[in-house]
Structures are given as C-alpha cells and as structure tokens.
Design a protein around this ligand. Structure first.
Ligand code: COI
Length: 358
C-alpha cells in the first residue's frame, strides 16, 4: 500500500480556464505530486498545491543536466470516466532514461499511484473537446547541491498536469537539418532527457526564421538517414507500405510510434522499421509513390506534414485532408481515448477513484 499525503489547495483556478482556447503547456491544474529520493529510497510522497520549488543555486541538475521526463495523457470516456493511455509504457521508458542518466528508477507502484491519485483529484481539469486531453508531465531531476561533476545522491520526482489542445493545430512544414545533429550512436538520443531538447533549440529557431515548424534530424555520420523531429517520430507512407526509422539508440522510442505500428499491423498494412534515407524518400516522391508523411507523439498525437524540404528539393502535399493513413490513425487514437473506438488492444486504463485529503 503506497501512502500519499494530500494537502488540498485553498481555492481552485479552474473557473479562470477557457476550455475552448488552451495553449499547449501554459496552464496547470491546482495540485502536483512530489517525492524525494534520499538514502536510496523514495520518501515523502505527497500531493500539494501546484507551486514553485526552492532550488539551490548549485543544484546538480541545473549545472550538469541529470533531468528526465515523460509526456502522458488522460482523457474522459463518454460516461465521464477518466482514463489513462498505456501508462505502464511510460514508467518503463522513464526508468530506461533514468538508467542512461545514472538516476534511480521510480518503482512502478509509486509511479502508478501518483498518476492515478493526481488525475483523480484533477478530473475536472480534463477537457472534453475533441483532440484535447489532460497532459501529464512526470519528471525527475538531481537535487544534490555541489559543483563536482558526479552522480547525484538525491533526486526529486514530480508530476504536474494541465489541459492541452493539439500540439500542432495545423499541418506542419519540416526542413532536413544538414548542419547540426541531435544524437550520435552511443549518445543519449534514446533518453527523454532535458539536454536533448535544449540542443534542438538553435537549429529549430533558425528553421523557424525560414518559415518551417521544425527540423528533421539526420544521422550524425553521413547526414543521409532520417531520425526524428525531436517532438515527434516520423512515418512515410508509400504506395504499398509505411516506413518509420529504426530507433538504433539515437531516436526516442515513441509510445505513439509503437501504437501506430501495432494499429497498422492489426489492419494488415505492411510497416517497415528500418533505416530510410533522404534519397529514398525524394526518389519515391519523384516517382509519385510517396503518399503521406506524418509525425507521431504523445503531445502531437498524429501531425500531418504538408511540406518537407531538403536543401533545394521540396515535397509539398497540397491537401493533407486526403491523407487516409495519418488521419485514420489520429481518429483511432483520439477515439480510443474518448471511448468512441472499441479498445480491442486493452490500452485504456480507468483512473482509480479514491481521493481523500489528510
Ligand atoms: C510529448 O510528446 O509528450 C513530448 O514529450 C514532446 C514534448 C517535448 C512536446
């Protein structure tokens, strides 16, 4: 039995929220879960009012980056039951990131109890609008206060939640990044660690100045093979198959990516996980065999790609509404979350209702 102390906020910010107009990642609910790792064990598990943290200026995570996170979603079924989407995959991936970054694992029971209790308490924050959800951000960071480059002995694990609309409300345009790289073999590309996102900011900003939404990362040796977008994994729909790059330790093992592969296989659509080069993509396009490109991620769900440029070459899809695979997958995933699509995969987990303040 996991004991979580709950201290409720004295008032709620919920009435200030315009559910029809929620920007991604700017609105957070009234409470958060926190736990501390001290002397080799997770202690002081609690739900408290959402608020600032007191941090030492010599906190190891700030200086050397031992910081990892997950992105999950909770939604409401037709009958109002709050549900989670494949939460066990998120704790597994968080712990894989922890292993790579020399951080402690969070026991599955603590992770699950934290998520269930917090979402149960914040159920009124779950939006009903199609494609919207309660975004759940579990994260862990080092808390030792010293400046030697070393493994921290203490950590904090926190979960915050907030309502979100679609991450990319419009079809996106991408630029193949031929100067900077995100991850090399043997690096931390597969870990969901803060520094990977920091490293993406300069190239993404330069691309945005040129009118693109994001960059497409390429392999760091030859700048030839496609990796991922940073906020999403990528899929290429050819005439007779769907291809997504193999993760190979350099690409995030996306949970939506995994779901998409499983959905496509269940529909007898051929999916290939393998290296895919820019040459192959642009040749397929020239032959008229490239039908769709889309990205996948928890925040993005399934994002249509309208444009993909590589140096002087350009792929443009005039009307992504005709993209049957991407749009069909988005409908299935959103439908599973809303309960309008039968959960034949067993991916939906109802939130346990047991809130009590102490
Ligand atoms: C997610 O999809 O949940 C992510 O973590 C990507 C995020 C950085 C927007």
């Amino acid at each position: 039995m996991i004991k979580i102390n709950v201290t409720k906020a004295s008032s709620s910010k919920l009435s200030d929220l315009d559910f029809a107009n929620i920007p991604f990642g700017k609105v957070f609910s009234d409470h958060m879960f926190t736990a501390d790792y001290i002397d080799g064990a997770w202690t002081d598990l609690k739900i408290i009012p959402f608020g600032d943290l007191g941090i030492s200026p010599v906190n190891l995570a700030i200086h050397y980056g031992q910081s990892i996170f997950e992105g999950m979603k909770a939604s409401k079924m037709n009958d109002g039951t709050p549900v989670l989407f494949r939460p066990e995959l998120h704790v597994e991936r968080l712990n894989a990131s922890a292993d790579r970054m020399m951080m402690p694992n969070i026991p599955k029971e603590i992770f699950m109890e934290a998520i269930h209790r917090l979402v149960d308490l914040e159920r009124d924050w779950i939006p009903n609008e199609p494609g919207s959800a309660l975004y759940i951000r579990p994260f862990m960071f080092a808390t030792d206060a010293r400046l030697g480059v070393q493994v921290s002995e203490t950590y904090k694990f926190i979960v915050v939640v907030g309502p979100v609309g679609p991450y990319y409300p419009k079809p996106i345009s991408l630029l193949a990044e031929t100067q900077y790289t995100r991850a090399a073999t043997g690096g931390v590309g597969e870990a969901k660690t803060a520094g990977n996102y920091a490293a993406s900011l300069l190239p993404a900003t330069l691309a945005k100045k040129r009118g693109y939404d994001q960059v497409v990362w390429l392999d760091s040796k030859e700048f030839k093979y496609v990796q991922e977008v940073g906020t999403m994994n990528l899929f290429f729909v050819l005439k007779d198959k769907v291809i997504t790059p193999t993760t190979e330790g350099t690409i995030l093992k996306g949970i939506t990516r995994k779901c998409i592969i499983e959905i496509l296989k269940s529909k007898n659509i051929t999916v290939e996980e393998r290296r895919i080069s820019l040459d192959e993509i642009f040749e397929a396009h020239e032959k008229g065999e490239l039908l769709e490109i889309f990205g996948s991620g928890t925040a993005a769900v399934v994002a249509n790609v309208a444009k993909f440029d590589w140096n002087e070459k350009s792929i443009v899809f005039e009307d992504v509404k005709t993209h049957k695979i991407a749009n069909g997958l988005r409908d299935i995933i959103n439908g599973l979350r809303a309960g309008t699509e039968e959960d034949s995969f067993g991916w939906i987990e109802p939130v346990r209702s047991q809130v009590s303040a102490s």
